[in-house]
Design a protein around this ligand. Structure first.
Ligand code: SF4
Length: 64
């Protein structure tokens, strides 16, 4: 299962990840990125991680 982690100290609230994978990422009213509980397509999440302009996202593959 592919999971993603966000470093909120690095996130600049660009919204790129939300644009690419709105089922997985959501900026709240304060511009704080929230990770949604859905299990999105890993390829889409990987693309969002690559596209993040601040490097705030990392993939974390877990065995369970
Ligand atoms: S793409 Fe990166 S900088 Fe932009 S909102 Fe997502 S985590 Fe934050």
């Amino acid at each position: 299962m592919t999971r993603v982690e966000v470093d909120r100290d690095r996130c600049i609230s660009s919204g790129v990840c939300e644009h690419l994978a709105p089922e997985a990422f959501e900026l709240d009213d304060d511009g704080v990125l929230q990770l949604l509980p859905a299990e999105p397509d890993p390829a889409v999440v990987a693309e969002a991680v690559r596209a993040c302009p601040s490097g705030a996202l990392t993939l974390a593959d877990r065995a369970h």
